[in-house]
Write a protein that binds this ligand. Structure first.
Ligand SMILES: *Cc1c(COP(=O)(O)O)cnc(C)c1O
Length: 353
């Protein structure tokens, strides 16, 4: 059972919104980090959010169905032949290259209209964004942006979760410099962690994703966000095995004492990654129980020798005691990948809306 607390998502948005003067957007790419954009988006709109970011056009079009009034932007920019669809669904592209600008300008000219756009400016990530050379080209040929209303210029921080990383101030200084080319545009730098770097980074608009969904934006400190997900599964069977037997594929785990092994119907096909083999922790009430043996596709085994668990009892895989960041540490990844991997087979329950 995957329980998603939409009230906590809204509370997280309000908490971030209260931290600064400007506008708080919301990033809903990858189906709202795996939690369900169709459910999350209206709740955020209800909390006061007016600007939403998706990664792909198809995500934005799905969002449009549940957000008829909101502004929706696509972080990954335009692809050839997509401009008409952006216009048809009233989606704003984040133009991240000269090629994007050329395509959007051509669309505007063809329609005889002015089209809104956001511009992504390169400051160090080197993935998306107009480079210094491309900005020079735009300065030298102002006709390239005719018909394009640049409402927002943005960049993306590469190490916002590490406040002392010198890349943050370097990117801020470079952004201040290149953004001057667009004096009429609002400015945005901060993802979730960026909001916690202070007012200069908050600028006019902040773009949190992860923190809305309960991931800690300040990894070196206590998580200021409300937990959003709770994942639990019932024990299918308990096997009592003697010392020296093995559990699961390849027999890689053998107990040193007589043990009780609880089997859950959750596996790597559900995003409960195989790397969690012999590493993860679940909770029986308040007591941690270790995952033992290999994670298989549809099944996982836990050592419940020290707790009074019975078949049908629930073990908690994600929850207040053990959130996405904690499971991520066991899986050698980040909370983002834990959430976006959450499987489609879980029964989902939305609460708090
Ligand atoms: C994903 C993304 C965000 C949100 O980042 P979080 O760390 O999840 O808050 C903001 N801006 C851009 C450009 C992104 O790609």
């Amino acid at each position: 059972m995957l329980e998603i607390d939409l009230g906590a998502v809204a509370a997280n948005w309000r908490l971030l919104d209260a931290m600064h003067q400007g506008e708080t957007a919301a990033v809903l790419k990858a189906d709202a980090y795996g939690l369900g954009a169709a459910q999350v988006a209206p709740v955020l709109a209800g909390a006061g959010c007016r600007l939403f970011f998706a990664a792909h056009l198809a995500e934005a079009v799905s969002l449009r169905a549940v957000l008829p009034e909101a502004r929706i932007a696509v972080l990954n920019g335009l692809v050839p032949h997509a401009a008409a669809d952006f216009v048809a669904h009233d989606i704003i592209p984040v133009l991240g290259s000269l090629q994007d600008v050329v395509l959007w300008h051509a669309e505007a000219r063809g329609l005889g209209r002015v089209l809104a756009a956001f511009l992504h400016l390169e400051t160090g990530m080197n993935r998306l964004g107009l480079t210094a050379a491309e900005l020079t080209a735009l300065r030298e040929d102002t006709s390239l942006l005719e018909g394009v209303a640049v409402e927002l210029v943005m960049t993306h921080l590469l190490a916002a979760d590490v406040p002392e990383d010198a890349a943050n101030t370097r990117q801020l200084a470079l952004f201040d410099e290149v953004a001057r080319q667009f004096p009429g545009a609002r400015r945005s730098l901060a993802n979730s962690s960026g909001i916690f770097l202070g007012a200069e980074f908050q600028a006019d608009i902040v773009r949190p994703g992860a923190a809305l969904y309960g991931i800690n934006p300040t990894p070196a400190r206590k998580n200021p966000m409300h937990g959003v997900v709770r994942l639990s599964a019932p024990i299918l069977q308990i096997h009592e095995i003697p010392a020296g037997e093995s559990v699961g594929y390849s027999g890689i785990w053998r107990p040193k004492r007589p043990s009780r092994i609880a089997t859950l119907g959750v596996g790597y096909a559900d995003g409960y990654h195989r790397i969690l083999t012999n590493r993860a922790t679940a909770y029986f009430d308040d007591t941690p129980v270790p995952l033992v043996g290999r994670v298989s596709m549809d099944l996982t085994t836990f050592d419940v020798t020290d707790v009074p668990a019975n078949p049908g009892d629930m073990l908690e895989l994600l929850g207040p005691r053990h959130g996405p960041d904690a499971l991520a540490a066991e899986a050698q990844t980040n909370g983002y990948e834990i959430l976006t991997s959450l499987g489609r087979r879980y029964q989902r329950r939305y609460i708090g809306a």
